[in-house]
Design a protein around this ligand. Structure first.
Ligand SMILES: Nc1ncnc2c1ncn2[C@@H]1O[C@H](COP(=O)(O)OP(=O)(O)O)[C@@H](O)[C@H]1O
Ligand SMILES: [Mg+2]
Length: 283
């Protein structure tokens, strides 16, 4: 394995092979993400550089390889496509299409209900695709959904994801906030991803995030349900039931249930031009 340079030595303006680092976009616990310019293709990309340095919060090459292989195995308009993954000058990089911002950034500004519902449909389809492929994401949260032009949204950051074939017990995975109670206890299942997804939907529609133990009365419930059909309200509530067995068994069932709901929004929004999902893929 080549030597891994600590990613914090990377600087804006630096070149990694054909990629010139333009600006830092964000960082989670284990990686830095840069906007970069592909000087051969003359277009912008996002470069994710995992921190493989031996000090600080360590993640092993095995973890990064797992993340890469899981992302490479998925193909869906709402899952961020991995364009490339390799070492450049001893530095491991993952290359993705560049998005506009994360859903977390977007949530600081007002969002029309039709737009929220359209995003929720795409996000559910993305997690359903992962579950269909036996991939448990384990870190479903607004920071890990990236927005693209045409109201397209893509799921990314499979850094904590696992293939579902083996049982996994972990003490602290995911991020407090959107983490299901059983996952916080170290037992994440597909139903934990369902919970996190439901919680994001609630947060998008109510403007606030419910907190543990997620029992009624939920915060801003009146605002949450305003203009929504009862079937859709029930769909969100089923996803965020504190008892895992009462939720959808996985995002595939959750997605199928959503597709069966004929009317999601009951009141006509004056600004609402139907926000049909773009069929374009992020590439
Ligand atoms: N393709 C992308 N386009 C634009 N911004 C991105 C992209 N990928 C990631 N980001 C930004 O970088 C942040 C961290 O990326 P992520 O893949 O979640 O890494 P980490 O594993 O460090 O959390 C995201 O929350 C988002 O703000
Ligand atoms: Mg992340």
């Amino acid at each position: 394995m080549p030597d891994a340079e600590p990613s914090r030595r990377l600087r804006v303006g630096m070149k990694l092979d054909k990629y010139r680092l333009v600006q830092r976009l964000g960082e989670g616990g284990f990686a830095v993400v840069f906007q970069a310019h592909d000087t051969i293709e003359d277009r912008s990309v996002a470069l994710k550089v995992p921190d493989l340095s031996s000090d600080s919060l360590q993640q092993s090459f095995d973890d990064v390889q797992r993340e890469v292989r899981i992302m490479a195995s998925l193909s869906h308009p709402n899952v961020l496509p991995l364009k490339d993954a390799r070492y450049i000058d001893g530095q491991f990089v993952m290359v993705f299409p560049l998005g506009e911002e994360s859903l977390n950034d977007r949530l600081s500004r007002r969002m029309a209900r039709t737009a929220s519902v359209d995003y929720i449909r795409q996000m559910t389809a993305a997690v359903a695709h992962a579950h269909e492929n036996k991939v448990l994401h384990r870190d479903i949260k607004p920071e890990n959904f990236i927005l693209f032009p045409g109201n397209q949204i893509c799921l990314t950051d499979f850094g904590l994801a696992r293939n579902q074939t083996r049982r996994h017990r972990v003490s602290a995975s995911g991020t407090l906030g959107y983490i299901a109670p059983e996952q916080a206890m170290g037992k994440p299942t597909l139903r934990s991803d369902v919970f996190a997804l439901g919680l994001i939907a609630y947060r998008m529609l109510a403007g606030v995030l419910p907190e543990y133990p997620f029992e009624p009365p939920l915060p801003s419930y009146a605002k949450f349900r305003k203009g929504l059909h009862q079937d859709f309200i029930d769909w969100v509530r089923k996803a965020i039931d504190p008892t895992p067995s009462k939720r959808f068994r996985d995002a595939v069932a959750m997605n199928n249930a959503l597709k069966r709901i004929r009317n999601v929004i009951t009141t006509k929004s004056t600004t609402a031009k139907s926000t049909r999902r773009s069929t374009r893929t992020a590439a």
